[in-house]
Ligand binder design. Structure first.
Ligand code: GTP
Length: 335
């Protein structure tokens, strides 16, 4: 049985101001925190013990996730006083795992339907040091790319470049053998992508790629965050977390969480979700948007392609397009 580490301690600067008071993994997509969708995926692959590697706004995870028993899991919290980078975070979190089992590490900002059980199986079959989920993208220029040989061995870990040598990229879910995790220096800022993986490759470590092109999305940018949510609502992406959640109604057009009050004359469409306890007034039109719990949308307001965070109030008859709305500010989402 594998165990998990979820990396949820980054600053999420690309999603400011949403991430001013909420860490990126706690932002809701399709009515639930990103982390909740990821935990459901881990649980489906038989992983029941997960360390949340937290740092920035670490105190916001425990009140929601507690000890994990609600999800049939054991959740442990590792807190870095200052972010230690992805490698340092893994080393710090592993202190809480006394295991000989494979350690599955998830970037905390990814929605993925890849076959994690098969990734773990291949890792064991290959007696690998690390097995990385790789996914293919049309344009790899925005990503570090990861070429593999005919046996699936990773041959390089390349930074972003103008002419990528392959379109397979690091998808942010790694299986580590426990000995490799133990070899990462503790209490040191270190990156797996920039330091640990390239060093392992130059030392002829057994790094394998697991190429799986199922639904995959890094929700770290404003547009991707909205796309992740609308894809989940429309059924273009799967999440079993939704089957356990308090959902009042769900169609391909909209997801309404329980205890939301939506006036019957309001129109909610294009994959929008309305969080628990939100109020949407008469004649309002919400499309392609995320409205978090407790938001108040006034009568006649139009909200499209926007993220409205908990506590925000949208005035009657106002129009909000392609914006982040918090209780303090409205910021246009850059093109
Ligand atoms: P940006 O600031 O917008 O780049 O976002 P980010 O801070 O989340 O960085 P990035 O997207 O590169 O991080 C990938 C994943 O690793 C995210 O889930 C982060 O929460 C997590 N992460 C990044 N740095 C750290 C860290 O120092 N400690 C921990 N625990 N997690 C981290």
């Amino acid at each position: 049985m594998a165990v998990g580490i979820l990396l949820v301690g980054g600053f999420g600067t690309r999603l400011m101001p949403l991430t001013k008071n909420t860490p990126k993994p706690m932002l809701t997509v399709a009515g639930l925190p990103v982390t909740e969708h990821q935990l459901a995926m881990a649980r489906n692959a038989g992983i029941t013990t997960v360390v949340l590697a937290t740092s920035y706004l670490s105190e916001l995870f425990i009140p929601y996730f507690g000890d994990g028993s609600k999800w049939g899991m054991k959740l442990i919290y590792a807190v870095e006083k200052e972010p230690l980078g992805t490698g340092g975070a893994i080393a710090n979190a592993a202190r809480f795992l006394d295991t000989n089992e494979p350690i599955v590490v998830f970037n905390g900002d990814v929605l993925s339907s890849h076959n994690l059980s098969e990734q773990i199986r291949q890792h064991q079959e290959n007696k690998a040091d690390v097995t990385l989920h790789l996914t293919s993208v049309d344009d790899a220029r925005a990503y570090g790319c990861v070429p593999t040989d005919s046996d699936g061995r990773v041959i390089a870990f390349l930074e972003k470049m103008e002419n990528p040598v392959t379109n397979t990229i690091n998808a942010g879910c790694y299986i580590f053998s426990p000995e490799i995790v133990t070899s990462i220096p503790r209490e040191t800022v270190i990156s797996v992508e920039r330091e640990v993986f390239p060093q392992l490759i130059s030392n002829h470590g057994r790094l394998f790629g697991f190429i799986d092109d199922s639904y995959w999305l890094d929700i770290g940018t404003p547009k991707a965050l909205l796309k992740g949510s609308t894809d989940l609502v429309k059924g273009l992406a799967d999440s079993s977390a939704l089957t356990l959640a308090d959902v009042a109604s769900h169609t391909n057009e909209k997801l309404i969480m329980s205890a939301a009050t939506v006036d019957p004359t309001a129109v909610i469409d294009l994959g929008s979700c309305i969080g628990a306890g939100a109020v949407v007034g008469a004649g309002a039109h919400i499309s392609g948007s995320i409205v978090e719990k407790g938001v108040h949308v006034g009568a006649g307001a139009v909200v499209s392609d926007s993220f409205v965070t908990t506590g925000a109030v949208i005035a009657e008859n106002s129009t909000i397009r392609a914006a982040f709305v918090t209780k303090d500010e409205i910021l246009s989402i850059p093109e």
